[in-house]
Write a protein that binds this ligand. Structure first.
Ligand SMILES: [Zn+2]
Ligand SMILES: [Zn+2]
Length: 854
C-alpha cells in the first residue's frame, strides 16, 4: 500500500521530449542509487513479450493493448502480445493471472485484491502486473505507466507521455487495493471513458464499456420517492400514501408516508420491477425527493421521535424493501440518502448489510477542512454516528458553488483532507458533485484531476497534482496561474472565519477588491505569456472567467443618487466586460453559470445587461416628515426622515449593496415567504399629492398589489393600506406580508415593546447568542401583539409605534440583526385561497413619539 511515491523506484534514461520539470524530478529519483534489475527497452528496441491468459477477461485484453500502445509511444518498440498457450523464450510482461505467472512460482493472493486491487512485481527478467479480473489488472497497467514511466492523462485532450528510448526498472514489489469501491465525479470533462479508466474513476456517468471494466451502475440515480410511487398515479385514490404536512396530504413537492404498510408493499413491488427491467444495475436508489415536507402523520412522527431523527422512518422503510429482495437478489444494494432533514443517524434501527447510506455534506463550509472548521461540527458528529451503524457508508460531497458555478471556489486544498476524513470514518464510496450541468466551471479540469488522484490514492500530494497539471495544461502561463491559486487559497487558509458554502455570493469576504485586483494582474501576465498559442490562451481565458464573473456581478447594478433620481453608473465598463465574458464562454460551450434554471447563459447575460434606467424618487411630506418612495423598486418606502429628531427611521440600503437602492426600507410580499412577488416590481403611480400616493402593480403570480401611503396633515404619522386582489379567473394562494426594516439607533440600544391583551406593555430585548448575527421570533395566536408594538431607542426614548388591526393579521415576525443593524416588525395576513375578484388587506400606521428614557 505504498502508492503515491511516484518515481521513487525509478531509473530511466531520458531522451527527447521530456519537460524540464520532469527531467529534474527524474534526476532526483534516479540519484537514489537503486540498481536496475530490468531493461525493458534499450535504444528504442525491446525483446519483451506481453503475455496474457488464453481466457483473459475483456479488460485484461484491453489492458495489454493499452500497455503495448503506450510503451510504443514511449520507447518506439511495439511489443508482441501472446497468450499463455504459446511458449515464450525471452523476457515477459505478464498482464493478468495466467499459467505464465503460475510457472514463475509467484505467490499472488488474487482473492485479497478484490475487483480493483493489483500487484506489480519484478521477477527478473520478467515483470508481472496481476490484479482483480474486473478492473484490477487494467488499473495495475495504468499505475505502472504512471508511477514508473511518468505518463499522465490530465484531461481527454492533455496528456504527458514521456519519450524514453531506454527504460530501466529497479526491483518492484508493489501491492495496492483502493480504499474506496466507488469513486465518482460529474464534470463534463470527466465523462470520457478512456480518461475515466486511466484515472480509475468508476462512477455511473462515464459510458465505460465492458472491455474497459464497466463501472458502478445506479438506477434511478437519486431523489426517487416520486419515481417509486408517483403521485400522479396514486394520489387521487390514495392521498394517504403521501406526506401529511400541516394537516394536509401533499400531492406536489411531497414525500412518502413511510410507515403506511401499503406504501411498503407497493415499494417492494415497484423495486422488484426496477430490478427485473434493469438486470445489469448494481445499486437501486430509494431516496427522499429533493425538498423537505416529510410526513407528519401520527405513526411517522412517533417513529421519528423514537429514533431521534427523520432518518428513522427512512431506514425502517428502506430496510423493509432491502429484506424483501435480499434472497432473490443477493448482489443488489439499495441506496438511500441522509440528507438535510434526515442527516442525523437514527438511535435504534441499523441499516441492513445490503443498504447503502449516502450522507450529504450540503450544509458544510468548504474553505476549511470538514474536521477543523467549527461550522461543520454537527456534520462531523453525524458522520461519526453513521460510521458506527452503517457498514456501507457513501458520501455525496459538494465541490463547487451552485449559485455561482463560475466563481472562484478556493477548496482545492480541502479536497484531500476531506476525502481522507471520509475514509477514516469507514466511507466506501464518494460522489463529488460538481458542474454536471455545464462546461467551463471554475478550474473544472484541474479540480477533476485532483479529485481523481486522491479518490484513488488518498495520500496523493495536492501540490504535486496542481503543479504537474498546470505545467502541462497552461504551459508558459503555469506560473502566474499558480500564483493566482496560491492567492485565493491563502485568504481562506489564513482566515478561520472566512467560511465558504455552496451558495456563497460574489460579495464573499474572500473575494475582496484587493484580491480581484491582484488576480486581474496575474491573468494579464498569464495571457501575455501564451498570446501566440491560441489553444493555451483560450484555456487561460477560461480560467479567468471566474474573476470576470465576480467583476461583473459586483459591477451590476450600481446607482448613484442625484437630486430626486437614482442615476446608473459605470454601465459602459460593465458592458465591455460582459461582452468579453460572453465571447470566451460561448467558445468554451458554457451552458450555465449556476445550477438553477435562471443560470442559463443567455438568461444570465440578459439579466446583467438589463438596461439600467433612471429611477425616480417620489416624496410625501408634512411639517415633520419626509417620506421617499421608489415606484420602480417594489414601490418601496426607501427612507423616512424626521426633521425634528433629525434622524432616519428606516434602514437605508448602502450604495455598495448590489441591489441598491432596491433593498432595505419598507417592502411587501404576496405569498408570505421572503421576497415572493411584490418586493421588486415596478409600481404604477395612480395618484400622487403632497401627502399621499396610491401605487399598484400586477404581480407575476396573477395578484394585484395596491398600496396607499398617506402622511398625517401635521403629526408624525404615516398610514398605509395595502390590498392584494386576485385579478385572474383562478384561485390563488396568497399571504400579504409587510416587511419593514427599522434602524432608529444601534441595535444594542434598541428594544421592542409589545402590547398584551391585558393592556400591559412587555419589553423584548434584542440579544444575540455568540457568533450569531441575526435572530427572529414568530408571534402566533396569543403572542400576536394586541394591535400595537413599537421599536424604542433606549437612550433617547424615541419610538416608532406600529398600530394595526388584529383581525387582519395572522402572525407577526420580529427579526433583528447586527450586520447591518436593523429590527424588522413584520405583519402577515392569514394565508388564504383568493378566489377570482377576492382581496385581502392590511391597514396599519407608524407613529413617531417619545416614550421617555428607559
Ligand atoms: Zn406518515
Ligand atoms: Zn469554515
Amino acid at each position: 500500500m505504498n502508492m503515491g511515491r511516484c518515481f521513487t523506484a525509478l531509473i530511466i534514461v531520458l531522451s527527447l521530449g521530456v519537460t524540464n520539470m520532469m527531467a529534474k524530478s527524474l534526476r532526483e529519483h534516479s540519484s537514489k542509487g537503486k540498481h536496475p534489475v530490468l531493461i525493458l527497452a534499450r535504444d528504442g528496441r525491446s525483446d519483451y513479450t506481453i503475455v496474457i491468459s488464453n481466457d483473459a477477461s475483456p479488460t485484461e485484453r484491453h489492458a495489454a493493448n493499452e500497455l503495448r500502445n503506450f510503451l510504443e509511444q514511449i520507447c518506439g518498440a511495439r511489443l508482441p502480445i501472446v497468450t499463455d498457450e504459446q511458449s515464450v523464450s525471452g523476457p515477459m510482461i505478464c498482464v493478468g493471472w495466467s499459467r505464465a505467472v503460475q510457472r514463475l512460482d509467484v505467490n499472488v493472493d488474487l482473492a485479497s485484491l478484490g475487483k480493483e486491487g493489483f500487484i506489480i512485481k519484478t521477477v527478473p527478467p520478467h515483470l508481472i502486473i496481476v490484479g482483480g479480473r474486473l478492473r484490477g489488472t487494467m488499473y495495475g497497467c495504468y499505475t505502472f505507466l504512471e508511477d514508473y514511466l511518468g505518463c499522465r492523462w490530465f484531461t481527454p485532450d492533455c496528456t504527458r507521455i514521456p519519450k524514453l528510448r531506454t527504460i530501466k526498472l529497479p526491483s518492484i514489489n508493489r501491492r495496492y487495493v483502493p480504499p474506496l469501491e466507488y469513486r465518482a465525479t460529474d464534470y463534463p470533462n470527466s465523462r470520457d471513458p478512456d480518461w475515466a479508466v486511466r484515472n480509475k474513476v468508476n462512477g455511473h456517468l462515464p459510458p465505460i464499456d465492458e472491455q474497459r471494466g464497466g463501472h458502478v451502475t445506479y438506477y434511478p440515480f437519486v431523489h426517487t420517492f416520486n419515481a417509486l410511487i408517483p403521485p400522479q398515479e396514486f394520489f387521487e385514490d390514495h392521498p394517504e400514501y403521501f406526506s401529511l404536512v400541516r394537516g394536509e396530504r401533499l400531492r406536489d413537492r411531497t414525500q412518502l408516508c413511510l410507515t403506511n404498510p401499503e406504501v411498503i408493499q407497493l415499494g417492494i413491488e415497484r423495486l422488484r420491477e426496477w430490478i427485473r427491467s434493469h438486470p445489469d444495475v448494481m445499486i437501486f436508489s430509494v431516496s427522499q425527493n429533493d425538498w423537505h415536507n416529510y410526513c407528519e402523520c401520527t405513526r411517522c412522527s412517533a417513529l421519528a421521535e423514537y429514533e431521534g431523527s427523520q432518518s428513522g422512518p427512512i431506514i425502517h422503510y428502506v430496510n423493509a424493501l432491502a429484506d424483501a429482495i435480499r434472497d432473490e437478489y443477493p448482489d443488489k444494494a439499495i441506496d438511500t440518502l441522509a440528507y438535510t432533514y434526515s442527516r442525523k443517524p437514527p438511535k435504534h434501527v441499523r441499516p441492513r448489510p445490503n443498504v447503502i447510506v449516502r450522507l450529504c455534506s450540503i450544509e458544510c463550509c468548504f474553505s476549511h477542512p470538514l474536521e477543523s472548521c467549527p461550522v461543520n461540527a454537527s456534520f462531523v458528529r453525524d458522520i461519526k454516528g453513521w460510521s458506527k451503524v452503517c457498514n456501507r457508508l457513501y458520501i455525496w460531497d459538494y465541490v463547487i458553488n451552485y449559485a455561482h458555478s463560475i466563481m472562484p471556489h478556493p477548496n482545492l486544498y480541502v479536497l484531500k483532507p476531506n476525502i481522507n476524513f471520509f475514509i477514516r470514518h469507514g466511507v466506501k464510496g464518494i460522489y463529488e458533485e460538481a458542474n454536471y450541468f455545464s462546461k467551463g466551471g471554475e478550474f473544472a479540469e484541474l479540480r477533476t484531476w485532483i479529485m481523481a488522484k486522491v479518490l484513488w490514492d488518498p495520500s496523493y500530494d495536492t501540490d504535486k497534482a496542481i503543479d504537474e497539471f498546470l505545467e502541462a495544461y497552461y504551459e508558459e502561463a503555469a506560473k502566474p496561474i499558480r500564483r493566482y491559486i496560491n492567492l485565493i487559497h491563502k485568504v481562506v487558509r489564513e482566515n478561520s472565519n472566512l467560511h465558504m458554502h455552496i451558495w456563497s455570493p460574489p460579495t464573499s469576504g474572500y473575494l475582496s477588491p484587493r484580491i480581484i485586483k491582484q488576480a486581474v494582474k496575474l491573468f494579464d501576465e498569464a495571457e501575455r505569456l501564451v498570446r501566440h498559442k491560441p489553444k493555451i490562451l483560450h484555456r487561460v481565458q477560461v480560467a479567468r472567467l471566474p474573476i470576470m464573473y465576480v467583476q461583473i456581478m459586483r459591477a451590476s447594478p450600481k446607482y448613484r443618487r442625484v437630486g430626486d433620481k437614482f442615476v446608473p453608473m459605470g454601465y459602459e465598463q460593465l458592458k465591455q466586460l460582459t461582452d468579453q465574458f460572453e465571447r470566451i464562454a460561448r467558445k468554451e460551450g458554457v451552458a450555465r453559470v449556476r445550477e438553477a434554471r435562471s443560470g442559463v447563459l443567455n438568461q444570465w447575460l440578459a439579466q446583467v445587461r438589463k438596461p439600467m434606467k433612471e429611477l425616480h424618487i417620489l416624496t410625501l411630506r408634512n411639517g415633520r416628515l419626509i417620506v421617499e418612495i421608489i415606484p420602480e423598486r417594489g414601490g418601496r418606502i426607501y427612507r423616512i426622515y424626521d426633521r425634528v429628531w433629525r434622524r432616519q427611521i428606516l434602514r437605508v440600503a448602502s450604495p455598495n449593496d448590489p441591489l441598491y437602492p432596491g433593498t432595505g426600507g419598507y417592502e411587501e410580499y404576496s405569498e408570505g415567504e421572503y421576497r415572493t412577488p411584490g418586493w421588486e416590481e415596478t409600481f404604477a403611480v395612480e395618484k400622487h399629492t403632497e401627502r399621499a400616493v396610491t401605487l399598484s402593480a400586477k404581480l407575476r403570480n396573477g395578484l394585484q398589489l395596491q398600496r396607499h401611503i398617506e402622511v398625517h396633515p401635521e403629526r408624525p404619522i404615516i398610514h398605509i393600506r395595502s390590498t392584494l386582489m386576485n385579478v385572474t379567473d383562478r384561485t390563488i394562494s396568497a399571504c400579504l406580508r409587510v416587511h419593514a426594516e427599522f434602524r432608529l439607533a444601534p441595535i444594542q440600544r434598541t428594544i421592542v415593546k409589545l402590547l398584551r391583551h391585558s393592556g400591559r406593555w412587555v419589553t423584548k430585548k434584542l440579544t444575540f447568542r455568540r457568533d450569531e448575527t441575526e435572530r427572529q421570533i414568530f408571534l402566533r395566536e396569543d403572542d400576536i401583539p394586541a394591535g400595537s408594538w413599537m421599536v424604542v431607542d433606549t437612550k433617547t426614548g424615541l419610538a416608532v409605534v406600529n398600530d394595526f388591526s388584529t383581525s387582519q393579521v395572522g402572525q407577526c415576525l420580529l427579526n433583528w440583526c447586527r450586520k447591518p443593524h436593523r429590527v424588522n416588525l413584520e405583519l402577515y395576513s392569514p394565508q388564504v385561497q383568493l378566489k377570482p375578484g377576492q382581496k385581502i388587506s392590511i391597514d396599519h400606521s407608524y407613529t413617531l413619539m417619545r416614550v421617555g428614557k428607559l
